[in-house]
Ligand binder design. Structure first.
Ligand code: ARG
Length: 270
């Protein structure tokens, strides 16, 4: 039940953000400037600002979620960030910038949403958004198709809150978090069986302090593969609060859904 409350809470937060306009953060002054003033702003939660171009595949979505560029016209995000499968021209994607207010930002409208068919609020938390026209000049993020990279240290990034209950961010924030195995994540002191082990992957510190948070949902969790390329292993899904001790972030395990994601992408033409 804690989990359902969190998902509903996140949806409400996302709606509030959408109503405010995701490109006009409520408190932009809370984010430090991107240039070398030596200020390390708090992040995602507990991180720092990403450099322009560092994560070219990062996407901000107007309902107040993140996403990753999967192909030139498809964005991989969370099912709980979108409505039902079908034509949808109401989402704006902002790409190519760490500063959402930058005049060099690229924007695209959606023209279709594909939500994981099994999604009912638990698990299956992935979706693809098709953009009205392809984006050029930005590298995409490949997805993990085996469990080979489902451990180690992961990078998380997003424009979501930098503390539990905090404001959405103008500048992209990043952090790294360690893998937490299913048995530990489902232990009594953590999620006590609420994590769907096959479909979800946990990451965070036992002590808390570093995590994704509201508004980061749908964004990628990723690491380097054997060829040193970024590879997506997770999609920000849920957690009990943000960065609390013994409450790691819970992410959709991309490798488990990789073939379903690839088939859906093909059916969408990309
Ligand atoms: N569901 C949240 C969202 O809509 C993301 C929550 C992530 N929480 C966490 N503690 N890692 O943005």
């Amino acid at each position: 039940m804690a989990r359902m409350r969190n998902l509903l809470g996140a949806a409400a937060a996302a709606l509030t953000v959408a109503a405010m306009g995701a490109l006009t953060p409520a408190a932009p002054a809370a984010a430090a400037g991107p240039t070398g003033d030596g200020v390390v702003s708090p992040s995602v939660v507990g991180g720092s600002q990403a450099a322009q171009g560092e994560f070219p595949f990062m996407v901000r979505l107007s309902m107040g979620c993140g996403g990753a560029l999967y192909s030139s016209d498809l964005v991989l995000t969370a099912a709980h960030c979108v409505g039902r499968t079908g034509t949808n021209t109401s989402i704006t994607a902002t790409l190519g910038v760490v500063d959402l207010n930058s005049s060099s930002r690229i924007t695209r409208s959606s023209n279709y949403v594909y939500r994981a068919p099994g999604y009912n609020g638990y698990g299956d938390d992935w979706a693809l958004i098709r953009l009205s026209s392809p984006v050029t000049g930005l590298s995409t993020l490949k997805i993990a198709t085996t469990t080979a990279y489902d451990s180690g240290t992961f990078t998380i990034a997003g424009w979501g809150a930098n503390r539990e209950g905090g404001a959405q961010q103008r500048y992209l924030l990043k952090a790294t978090v360690p893998f937490v195995d299913d048995a530990t994540c489902n232990s009594r002191s953590m999620y006590n069986g609420q994590v769907i082990a096959a479909e979800e992957i946990c990451a965070g510190y036992t002590a808390g302090g570093v995590d994704t948070c509201q508004g980061d949902s749908g964004g990628p969790m990723f690491r380097r593969d054997a060829a040193n390329a970024w590879i997506q292993v997770g999609i920000v899904s849920w957690g009990d609060g943000c960065a609390r001790p013994n409450k790691p972030g819970v992410y959709t395990q991309v490798s488990y859904f990789a073939s379903a994601i690839q088939s859906a992408a093909s059916s969408l033409g990309g």
